[in-house]
Design a protein around this ligand. Structure first.
Ligand SMILES: [Zn+2]
Length: 64
């Protein structure tokens, strides 16, 4: 399964791992999901940690 980004310049669909649009060559903005964030830097891990903490807190509320 592959995610696609819509190019803001020409409206074409480019695979989101591409840094540039495959149609017009313009740089794509990085509106990436959690899993893409994991590939692109530490920011992804921060969000993953926050999500894990929220899930842990929710489970703790259920168990107590
Ligand atoms: Zn484009």
């Amino acid at each position: 399964m592959q995610n696609y980004s819509i190019c803001p310049h020409c409206g074409g669909e480019t695979p989101s791992e591409n840094l540039n649009c495959i149609y017009c060559g313009n740089t794509l903005p990085h509106t990436l999901g959690v899993f893409s964030g994991l590939r692109y830097g530490a920011k992804g891990y921060v969000w993953l940690a926050i999500a894990a903490a929220l899930i842990a807190a929710f489970l703790a509320c259920l168990l107590l």
